[in-house]
Design a binder for this molecule. Structure first.
Ligand SMILES: Cc1cc2nc3c(=O)[nH]c(=O)nc-3n(C[C@H](O)[C@H](O)[C@H](O)COP(=O)(O)OP(=O)(O)OC[C@H]3O[C@@H](n4cnc5c(N)ncnc54)[C@H](O)[C@@H]3O)c2cc1C
Length: 497
């Protein structure tokens, strides 16, 4: 049986960044990925010679001196990534059916002044709300790392409501919606989303939002290279089917090929429900635990419509565009052409060879009721009715966007789609949830999953621990790795990189 210091299950951002940290710090690691390609939601795929991204369209805090930049500098990959800074005067633009539109600009002063130019009476409320957002973002700043901590205590913000906080500072209903306009980026829900999650995501983008030029796969590939160059192994086509326990310790993990691997530590980056379903010979966790973990709510899935444009016809626009069918950005219901489409996020793929974009991605939340009847099917094998449903839904999404961009159809060469079922089958997320477990401010302790488990050598990581996304998942990988390396040691290593 092969034996390692650390065996990591899952080669998405969570598993790869744990592998990069632990291999850099001298441990022998092995990352097991079920797919033929690593990356999970970072994966890009090719259609008609173009690069399409699955689940990483833009990332915040990437300017020098900011937290994501600092992590990527520590990994040793920052200089090899091809990144494009989004428009400083409007990295996100929010469009409403009444013809109004508003921008989130980069830098706090710019952010406040841009919105205050449209809502002059709200300048002071914008300032106080921004102060809170900044305080939240600073909980994981590079300065905190130098103090020997990965994060300052955020429980206060985890137990408060994002929606209520925004209401407290601003009087205009429209501006309140504009401030929460990015809530689709984290599956935000009015009644549950925490101020912590809102603040982390919003702060990072106000600081410095970037898109990957030619796809986010480059981040997965460079992290895999880091692991290999430090003597670690990254093994695609290695789906883990069993985590075998002996008393309260993992004895080995077993892959689909029947290979067994031992580790002093096992780290799983899979959704906790999936991780715990793989346990064999479990005497540690009782039925009540499984009932509780299985009952945690997950965010909605995403239906992605990829428009492959007629080459050289559509100028790249250096910002993301959110379009709403309702005045309430938190709404989960928005009737449109027979489908529930409350909002669509449009991201253009930057391309290093051209000022035109070759791929436009349209992201729309999709309710489970729409795809429930195909839950038993597998990718590429779901039948004609499913194909028709996907075609109809994507047509409705394009019509929706055409109400804001009337010429969009004239630029389309081909359309590809991915439903929450596609995400489920590729990344093994329960029911194709896009962002994992909903972090509920009314129950923060239960909905923020800890890295440590009651199994002595099993740790968890990935988007379900802290918050989802590039930054949340990367910070979680440091939190998990610090259980092995020590918090103070690791924080200072990252902070001083
Ligand atoms: C549509 C969409 C858009 C998004 N947009 C953004 C964005 O713009 N910015 C942002 O910051 N975040 C975005 N996110 C969120 C971000 O992509 C995720 O939070 C993050 O990539 C999750 O990383 P992870 O490693 O936790 O999980 P995953 O990426 O899901 O990785 C898990 C890995 O484990 C593998 N695996 C599963 N089961 C097994 C098994 N049994 N054995 C071995 N391997 C297994 C999977 O194949 C996968 O590679 C988006 C997500 C989605 C779905």
């Amino acid at each position: 049986m092969k034996s390692f210091d650390v065996v990591i299950i899952g080669g998405g951002l969570g598993g790869l960044s744990c592998g990069a940290i632990l291999s850099k710090e001298g441990l022998g690691v092995c990352v097991l990925e079920k797919h033929s390609v690593v990356g999970g939601c970072l994966q890009s795929f090719r259609r008609e010679g173009r690069t399409l991204d699955t689940g990483m369209h833009y990332v915040g805090s990437l300017s020098e001196g900011q937290i994501m930049h600092q992590y990527l500098k520590y990994f040793g990959v920052i200089d090899s990534l091809r990144l494009q800074k989004l428009d400083e005067n409007g990295f996100d633009e929010f469009h409403f059916k009444d013809g109004t539109s508003y921008c989130h600009a980069m830098g706090y002063e710019n952010f406040i002044e841009t919105l205050a130019s449209q809502f002059p009476d709200e300048r002071s409320g914008l300032k106080t709300l921004c102060k809170t957002i900044q305080d939240i973002g600073d909980l994981i700043s590079p300065e905190i790392l130098l103090e020997g901590k990965l994060s300052a205590d955020g429980i206060k913000y985890m137990s408060e409501s994002a929606y209520q906080e925004i209401r407290k500072h601003l009087r205009s209903e429209k501006l309140r919606n504009v401030l929460a306009g990015n809530c689709r980026l984290y599956g935000g829900e009015k009644s549950v989303t925490s101020l912590y999650e809102y603040g982390m995501v919003t702060h990072s983008n106000i600081q410095g939002a970037y898109a990957f030029v030619d796809g986010s796969q480059q981040l997965a590939d460079t992290l895999a290279e880091v692991i290999r160059s430090n003597g670690g192994e990254v093994c695609p086509n290695s789906e883990v089917l069993k985590i075998r326990l002996e008393s309260n310790t993992v004895e080995y993990v077993e892959t689909r090929d029947g290979e067994r691997l031992q580790g002093k530590y096992i780290i799983s980056s899979l959704h906790p429900v999936v991780t715990f379903s793989l346990l064999e010979n479990n005497t540690v966790y009782k039925k009540a635990f499984f009932t509780r973990i299985n009952s945690l709510k997950n965010t909605h899935g995403i239906f992605s419509t990829y428009l492959l444009t007629k080459r050289g016809t559509l100028k790249y626009v250096n910002r993301n565009n959110y379009m709403f069918n309702t005045q309430d950005v938190w709404a989960t219901e928005g009737h449109y052409k027979g489908f529930n489409i409350p909002s669509v996020l449009m991201c253009m793929q930057p391309n290093h060879l051209s000022e035109h974009t070759e791929v436009v991605t349209l992201l729309a939340p999709m309710p489970l009721t729409y795809y429930q009847k195909w839950l038993h099917t597998k990718v590429e094998n779901r039948g004609e009715e499913y194909r028709e449903f996907k075609a109809e839904f994507s047509e409705a999404v394009i019509d929706f966007v055409a109400e804001f961009y009337p010429n969009i159809r004239s630029h389309i060469d081909k359309v590809y789609t991915a439903s929450p079922l596609t995400y489920r089958d590729y990344t093994a997320t329960p029911l194709g949830t896009a962002y994992g477990i909903v972090k509920d401010y009314r129950n923060p302790i239960v909905t923020h999953i800890p890295a440590k488990t009651r199994i002595s050598n099993l740790l968890l990581t990935g988007q379900n621990l802290n918050i989802h996304g590039c930054i949340g998942t990367t910070v979680s990988s440091a939190v998990t790795s610090s259980e092995i390396l020590g918090v103070e040691y690791l924080s200072k290593k990252i902070g001083n990189a």
